[in-house]
Design a binder for this molecule. Structure first.
Ligand code: HEM
Length: 476
């Protein structure tokens, strides 16, 4: 019955081409959830081995993640898989009650599953994103003051300048990929916030090389071999094969910048803060720790924000009436509210991080179903954002959806939640508001004439397959 609703809703089997009036058919079960012990009762489990079944299920999730999850969520309220490289079994959650129970509990019994994150071989095991427990708490406390709302506001000028530069260089009449344009902007902003390279200080050759290497790394991560590398690396804490090769020049550039900056301490930027930081015993962070932290901030902040810009216009330009309405509002009075609603709707319908993971170190009860300690719980932000009982017409793109309704942190979670909620969310929102507003204000856009772009999964992100192609028909 439920699967009939889904098939009726989706054209073919692709969720992203679903009829806007379709229902997702995601099963609504019993929303109660609680840990069955308040102390960790399981040592972490061994990683799931390669078997025909785990290979099949892993490939379904890597290659056809969205379709797999929508299909399976219409059959049962708690999805279970065997995923290569994950500790123990894997469950996928999309019920807001179930998600809340793992996001609000003591992180000691549901820590982030960083041990099995596909990002760990790339960003290392010592950063705020890949550490847990006391170490995570300390690093988050150290970085937080540099990422909250006021700090993000202090980067406003840098964001505005980077946006203007990018729009000035935007060729009229040609089809361009907005993910590329977004990357130029977000990289400029990150170089300012993290490395303190603003207009008042030219970058050194080492810093310029780092920028070049980061862009090259991202390009290489789009090669098909990178998807295979993701599976190979899933079983290794250290990078191997292609990933190791691709990281080498970026790491070399990163260490050169760290060495250079150790000789000229004293800036306000994050790198200076990390170089100055001392732990309770007075010890400074090692170069390896600083490298992991910098790599995390550069990668976490860069692709996510630029692809959110790309998705926003991929969606909006395919809904011409909505595009014209928002553009008119922005040109009339700045349109702050409609832009906010547009960004939220874009992140609802195409969350660039569609899944976040926690390791359940205690047994859990999800709506009457018992889950063993040692299970990995994947929170499907994508499914949560498409539940029929929360969002009417979940497959429809409605840029005004959040104009009257304030998004709730339990039902709109593009930045994850709990003690691991995105550290850069205020900076990301500041960037998105400026970039989206300025593009609407200064450029007349046309869609690239095709159905919606296919979502592609790269590491932890879900990005538009063609980079969000649009054509600027005029600049004002
Ligand atoms: C639209 C842009 C962005 C999106 C959608 C996004 C999304 C996310 C998500 C879903 C998480 C995981 C949360 C969880 O596990 O519950 C996360 C973590 C993180 N993000 Fe972002 N992010 C964005 C931009 C940024 C920026 C600009 C930065 C910094 C420059 C950043 C730095 C981080 C860091 C350091 C973490 C790890 C936090 C921790 O584990 O304590 N992100 N982000």
């Amino acid at each position: 019955m439920t699967s009939t609703i889904v098939r009726a809703g989706l054209s073919g089997e692709h969720w992203y081409l679903a009829d806007p009036d379709a229902m997702s058919g995601i099963i609504v079960g019993n929303s109660t959830a609680r840990p069955l012990s308040d102390v960790p009762t399981a040592a972490a489990r061994p990683l799931t081995a390669l078997t025909p079944r785990s290979l099949r299920e892993s490939l379904r999730l890597v290659l056809r993640q969205g379709d797999t999850l929508f299909h399976d969520a219409a059959q049962t309220s708690l999805l279970r898989y065997r995923v290569i490289g994950a500790a123990g079994r894997t469950v996928v959650l999309s019920d807001p009650g179930h998600i809340k129970s793992i996001m609000t509990v003591d992180p000691a019994i549901a820590p982030s599953a960083t041990r099995t994150s596909p990002l760990r071989p790339i960003i290392g095991s010592q950063s705020v994103l890949t550490s847990i427990g006391e170490r995570h708490k300390r690093q988050r406390a150290m970085l937080m003051p540099h990422f909250h709302g006021r700090a993000a506001a202090s980067y406003r000028e840098a964001i505005e300048r980077a946006t203007s530069r990018a729009i000035d260089g935007w060729p009229v009449g040609e089809v361009i990929e907005l993910a590329d344009l977004g990357q130029q902007i977000t990289l400029d902003v990150i170089m300012t916030a993290i490395f303190g390279i603003g207009d008042d200080r030219a970058s050194t050759p080492a810093e310029a090389d780092l920028r070049f290497q980061v862009v090259r790394l991202l390009r290489r991560s789009t090669w098909p071999v990178a998807t295979a590398a993701q599976l190979v690396n899933a079983r290794n804490p250290e990078p191997v094969g292609f990933t190791r090769w691709a990281l080498k020049p970026v790491d070399a550039a990163m260490y050169r910048v760290i060495t250079e900056r150790r000789k000229s301490l004293g800036g306000n930027d994050i790198l200076s803060v990390l170089l100055d930081a001392r732990d309770s015993s007075g010890a400074a962070l090692s170069d390896d720790e600083i490298r992991d932290e910098l790599m995390t901030l550069v990668l976490a902040g860069h692709e996510t924000t630029s692809n959110t810009v790309a998705w926003t216009f991929e969606r909006l330009t395919r809904h011409r009436e909505q595009y014209l309405r928002v553009r008119e509002q922005v040109r009339a009075d700045g349109g702050a509210d409609v832009v906010e609603s547009l960004i939220n709707e874009s992140m609802r319908s195409r969350p660039v991080v569609p899944i976040v993971a926690r390791e359940l170190l205690a047994p859990w009860d999800f709506g009457g179903q018992r889950i063993d300690a040692g299970t990995v719980a994947l929170v499907s932000i994508l499914l949560l954002h498409h539940r029929d009982e929360i969002y009417s017409r979940p497959f429809a793109f409605d840029s005004e959806r959040f104009l009257q309704t304030r998004p709730s942190p339990t039902t709109l979670m593009p930045f994850g939640g709990g003690n691991r909620r995105c550290l850069g969310s205020a900076l990301a929102m500041a960037e998105l508001r400026t970039v989206v507003t300025e593009i609407l204000r200064r450029v007349d856009l046309e869609t690239h004439e095709r159905p919606g772009e296919r979502p592609r999964h790269r590491n932890v992100t879900m990005i538009p397959n063609d980079g969000g192609k649009v054509r600027a028909v005029a600049k004002v």
